[in-house]
Design a binder for this molecule. Sequence first.
Ligand SMILES: Cc1cc2nc3c(=O)[nH]c(=O)nc-3n(C[C@H](O)[C@H](O)[C@H](O)COP(=O)(O)OP(=O)(O)OC[C@H]3O[C@@H](n4cnc5c(N)ncnc54)[C@H](O)[C@@H]3O)c2cc1C
Length: 588
Amino acid sequence: MELINTDVAIIGAGGAGLRAAIALAEADPTLRIALISKVYPMRSHTCAAEGGAAGVIKSDDSLDMHFDDTVGGGDWLSDQDCVEYFVKEAPKELTQLEHWGCPWNRETDGSVAVRPFGGMQKQRTWFAADKSGFHILHTLFQTTLQYPSITRFDEYYALDLLVDEGRCQGLTAMEMRSGMIKQFNAKAVIIAGGGAGRIFPFTTNGAIKTGDGMAMAYRAGVPLKDMEFVQYHPTGLPNTGSLLTEACRGEGGVLVNKDGRRYLQDYGMGPETPLGKPQLKTMELGPRDRVSQAYWHELQKGNTVSTQWGECVMLDMRHLGEKCINERLPLVRELAIAYLGVDIVKDPVPIRPVVHYMMGGISTDMQAATPLPGLFAAGECACVSLNGANRLGSNSLVELLVFGKSAALSAIKHIQALPAANVANAAALAARAGESQARIRALFSRTDGTESMSGLRKEMMDTMEKNVGIYRNEAGLQEAVDKIAALRLRYQNVVVNDKSNVFNTDLFQVLELGCMLDCAEALTVGALARKESRGAHQRLDFVQRDDASYMRHSMVYYQGLNAPRLDYLDVVITKSPPGVRDYSGDHK
Ligand SMILES: Cc1cc2nc3c(=O)[nH]c(=O)nc-3n(C[C@H](O)[C@H](O)[C@H](O)COP(=O)(O)OP(=O)(O)OC[C@H]3O[C@@H](n4cnc5c(N)ncnc54)[C@H](O)[C@@H]3O)c2cc1C
């Protein structure tokens, strides 16, 4: 097996991975950095982000207000020391992107423009039309190109972490072009592998978002935190699940039911505001969990619109006018025409809630360190406890930057304190890599498998959709826990049909399914045990938030094929005691 020696290996070249790489290269030009990604960096999901990135910049705004919005939006499950750090760093990171060339939209006086976003009481979302993620990722990617110390391993599929002497010291990865497995020895590893929305059938997430990074850490003994909190975005196209950004509503778009009523006023998010004048933090600019839940109630009441793509509500943007739509929402117009044949300039567009984002992930502290020494994580795969029970739109892109950088700086600190490498350790790492290779070979060469990848995957997705959606209950969650456990057992008999070595997508999909099943296990077990309703986790049988019992993070530990171990961790409260989430318009 080829051995590649590096100082820091980064798994993932999306926003978080690229930001970490730049911070490493800037802080110490002598560090060798391996940037490993299963797709070409610009194809990472960050590229698909539309609406923008939040950071306080206007004079009527303050860090305290961004803090309050984030903590309240997260239903008091965020660690508040983490949120304080985040809101302080956010404007610095966004300004840094500006200096690296990110083409933010401008006000007429030339200053950076911001737009309203859900759950935010002030306008603070920086944007580049509705292609913000594309421009951010491009800016980061082109910046990495100037550092010779960053070596890219594009189209390498990371498999297993190498752990010895109680430290993470590298990983194995398969070169997808050749099928060869390589051993990466690294003094520190940063996981920036993105989310896991693909465990659900109807999602905005790209096909690569299969939770590989989360599963790698989980199997290595690192707990997955708060996995039961799954964000539904209120406005997805009903057939493909493609996202219509929250910026549609930020710019003034409204949601109406079959009677043309702006129904959000019936769910504590009123009062109705005049068209074209979005009221911050209320109505269509309420937080995503509440707006998605309101859709569910409209569906139960029979107030939705029956379309050829199923039950929907309508997103009406006609009053914005063609000029505004073309300047600020060109991609949204393009998507609705391409996939539904609806021109948003002329007609309302049918939409429904769609799985969008994982609040939970690899447990890290505020410095992006996991409990496993030498292993760091940032971005959507990580749970640094910024987003709590419900992320506010436009906080994630900034999270990638703030904590991608933290992960890099923490990795450097870790490396500086390491003992000298020794021969026995090198042999142990080679042995671990050998075990990883044997695992893949056994899976690949098995001929007596009875289970198909696509069959298992479908059953997993169907279970998640049926039982772990916007509203949940005991019986459904128990069914999901049992089903996922059974599927994990049946996965031991999965067969890889394609036996070739070159870009064997069959093999990668089997590996991704294994990762998704592990993530689904942690998610369902956490959800069943959380007998309360908080943020995106809503239980029909426990409708109240229960701070006495559950203002705690769920921590799920891997136990092989046995049921995982569940533990809890206290939430850090610094200055905002748990309160009532008010989106009624009375809070001003
Ligand atoms: C359609 C859409 C729109 C969004 N809009 C916004 C928005 O406007 N504002 C906002 O704040 N947030 C938005 N989000 C959320 C935000 O974009 C994501 O949470 C964020 O971009 C994730 O970035 P990341 O760096 O963590 O991971 P990603 O960008 O998903 O990158 C993951 C990386 O990991 C690599 N990887 C994964 N597994 C492996 C493996 N096994 N081996 C090797 N490499 C691997 C991939 O190749 C990729 O490079 C949006 C999300 C979606 C889906």
